[in-house]
Design a protein around this ligand. Structure first.
Ligand SMILES: Nc1ncnc2c1ncn2[C@@H]1O[C@H](COP(=O)(O)OP(=O)(O)OP(=O)(O)O)[C@@H](O)[C@H]1O
Ligand SMILES: [Mg+2]
Length: 210
């Protein structure tokens, strides 16, 4: 479904060249999950952005990346026009859960509105969208009541779940998730003496004091 061959990304800076990705090869078949693991700065996010044509103007991408979805036409992800990537690829054929969803989400729409707009842009009717939005939210573990909040009113984990719901809503054949689990899950402190603390959900007041 995705075949990446010799993908190389470099950034031209005023006084230097940054070699962010060098001669990368990978293949993903339908139904497969591939984890790309590496230290900070090794090029994971740049890879995801290169596959979606989202790199800034000082980036040069060489090599090949072809998407062959189970249905629909093959796409050359490196050489397609911006117009084609915007219309047929981003979101529709390849979903992205960005590394920092809280800053990627627009501050002027609630989660519900974002999800319903996304679903409608991808073929759901005005009548179908509200129930579909709640279903997708539920699928990613986001309480439908939290859909009425704006991005800045969500915790990091909730924002990440909303970004995941938005990426999944169009049902893309390929999903790129850039560190999608950094702030989800639970963390409890159980000191030998004293009370247990829920480190993820405690109030600022409690964390500062205790
Ligand atoms: N716009 C840019 N201009 C110049 N260099 C960049 C740019 N964006 C990223 N880089 C460089 O590309 C390299 C890869 O960055 P990238 O963001 O892909 O790392 P990462 O593997 O996602 O790291 P992390 O795990 O910290 O998210 C780094 O050296 C980074 O400094
Ligand atoms: Mg990254």
């Amino acid at each position: 479904m995705l075949e990446v061959d010799g993908l190389t990304v470099r950034f031209e800076l005023r006084d230097a060249v940054v070699q962010a990705v060098t001669d990368l090869h990978l293949t993903i078949h339908p139904g497969e999950l591939l984890a790309v693991v590496g230290e900070s700065g090794c090029g994971k996010s740049v890879l995801a952005h290169a596959l979606l044509g989202l790199l800034p103007g000082n980036a040069t991408v060489t090599g090949h990346a072809h998407l062959r979805p189970p249905t629909g036409a093959q796409v050359d992800l490196v050489n397609s026009s911006e117009r084609h990537l915007a219309r047929a690829v981003r979101g529709r054929a390849v979903g992205l859960v960005p590394q920092s969803p809280a800053t990627a989400l627009t501050p002027v729409r609630t989660g519900r509105r974002l999800l319903e707009e996304t679903l409608r842009a991808h073929g759901r009717t005005r009548r179908e969208a509200p129930a579909a939005a709640e279903r997708v939210a539920d699928d990613v573990g986001l309480d439908p009541a939290d859909l009425d909040r704006y991005a800045h009113e969500l915790s990091g984990g909730m924002a990440q779940r909303l970004a995941t719901a938005l990426a999944l809503a169009p049902d893309p054949p390929l999903l790129l998730a850039d560190e999608p689990t950094t702030v989800t899950g639970h963390a409890h402190l159980r000191p030998p003496t004293g009370a247990q603390v829920d480190l993820v959900n405690s109030s600022e007041r409690h964390l500062a004091r205790a």
